[in-house]
Design a protein around this ligand. Structure first.
Ligand SMILES: [Zn+2]
Length: 172
């Protein structure tokens, strides 16, 4: 396998099954850190819920045709979760997936490389990670900016108390 040829010291575990509500929590709980580069919002929200429930930090990388984003979501240590920053899934068809719209060929490598760098920093404690910050790389204009992102107390995934308030609902 190509990855083992590059580095014989790693262990590669392929999972030949679809990630779903039934298996996500157990899978995520086996690891210290999760990197998500999936291409649909249902999976992103599912991975985030599983990571928050297990207290496992999540490095999330996303790309559209010319632009990419990376952050480290870690509400167990004060940083927001994915749903704090992106609380609502876009309506189906509103944001085209890479499979639908295409993506500039080098962009997955650029964003994937940044995600790998964040993983190395998180695991070694070196430097300052993107926890609490969202990096946005605009490849078309060669511009990168980093914005601060915060936990939301009313986050439906990692917030406290809001699910109770929501559960009360209107009275008849
Ligand atoms: Zn949250």
């Amino acid at each position: 396998m190509a990855m083992r040829a590059l580095n014989p010291f790693i262990e590669v575990r392929p999972y030949n099954r679809k990630l779903d509500e039934g298996n996500a929590a157990a899978l995520v709980a086996e690891y210290d850190l999760v990197l998500d580069g999936t291409d649909d919002f249902d999976t992103r929200f599912l991975v985030n819920r599983a990571c928050v429930a297990a207290g496992v930090p999540l490095i999330s990388g996303a790309i559209t045709q010319w632009e990419g984003q990376v952050s480290l979501f870690d509400p167990a240590h004060g940083a927001p979760c994915y749903a704090c920053v992106f609380p609502v899934k876009p309506a189906r068809g509103l944001v085209p997936t890479c499979a639908e719209a295409g993506v500039a060929a080098p962009l997955p490598g650029i964003i994937g490389g940044i995600m790998a760098m964040e993983a190395v920093k998180h695991l070694t404690g070196a430097g300052e990670t993107l926890a609490g910050r969202l990096m946005i790389h605009d490849a078309l204009y060669a511009e990168t900016r980093v914005i601060g992102v915060k936990r939301r107390a009313d986050c439906a995934v990692c917030g406290e108390g809001l699910s109770r308030a929501g559960a009360a609902g209107p009275t008849a």
